[in-house]
Design a protein around this ligand. Sequence first.
Ligand code: MRU
Length: 357
Amino acid sequence: MNVQQQHYRTIWPDANNRYVNIIDQTRLPFAFVPVRINNVADMVVAIKTMQVRGAPLIGVAAAYGIALAMHQDSSDMALDVAAQQLLRSRPTAVNLAWALTRMQQHLKTLTPAQRIEAAWDEAAKIADEDVQQNQAIGQHGLASLQACYSGKPLQILTHCNAGWLATVDYGTALAPIYAAHDAGLPVHVWVGETRPRNQGASLTAWELAQHGVPHTVITDNAGGHLMQHGQVDMVIVGADRVTRSGDVCNKIGTYLKALAAFDQHIPFYAAVPSPTIDWQIDDALSEIEIEQRGADEVAWVQGLTAQGVVESVRVIPQQSRALNPAFDVTPARLVTGIITEKGVYSPADLIQLRPSI
Ligand code: MRU
């Protein structure tokens, strides 16, 4: 992704593999601020506070967190403690657990002295794989977009941010949109604001603008109305965890969009790289831990004042409580297709991707 004509990934180590750079997503869209993460404790904070966020990116961030930890102490115990701390930072996206398991399994085959360099190499490998998977998602998704194209600009609705910022590069749900735009297929994106953290309004809108993709920000509640009035051709979202039967756990509010799309016979796709598929669980509703975030995220909203200062304001009465579940589950029956790096699968066919053990 280019920002002011310069190519960036969302996470990158320094040339000597001593620290990690991230883009502080809590500062967007008003400031583009790369931040240096020096140790595993800082990486845990960056994930928890959502300086880095999005399922694929927090997996890669956790892998780099292990590399940072190995610099301090590369013993078995230090490896396990770092993995536990990182695992607890956010519970819902399976990519985090997936990346940590991969790092632990790989490093445990090595001596503590070998682990330091190997950890950086393995984290870089996971990052590169994410980029390749998302590029492939873009190409497979592009075919679905082309199939929907009828001569008028394609109207695509998305929720949250499953773009470049949520991955190492390209994004998942936005990858086919970027591919279509770059191929000259006219697209327009309806961007749901995604309260309470406004990942749509702040992040998706920002990165689509950087890439020159036509888009319009809408309130979360406007999606169903636009669908009823023929203004949405397809919905594409990302996911934090997809079950083997094709249930999609994603940002809170995804389920309502899927219900409206189903009612209006509008195709609803989830775009996910294979590390987002959890082959271990059967029942998404009872087995996926839905992150409960702080009430302040609902009670307060951040924005830019007319004077150009970023400030937070309270939007609910002092005496009111707020509840903040961060994700919901869209049952497979509402999902038209899962766009993966291997192709587009119906929920029932997703099982074909299951790795043999
Ligand atoms: O709470 P967030 O911003 O980390 O949630 C992100 C999402 O829900 C994304 O849609 C999902 O992680 C897919 S990102 C490619």
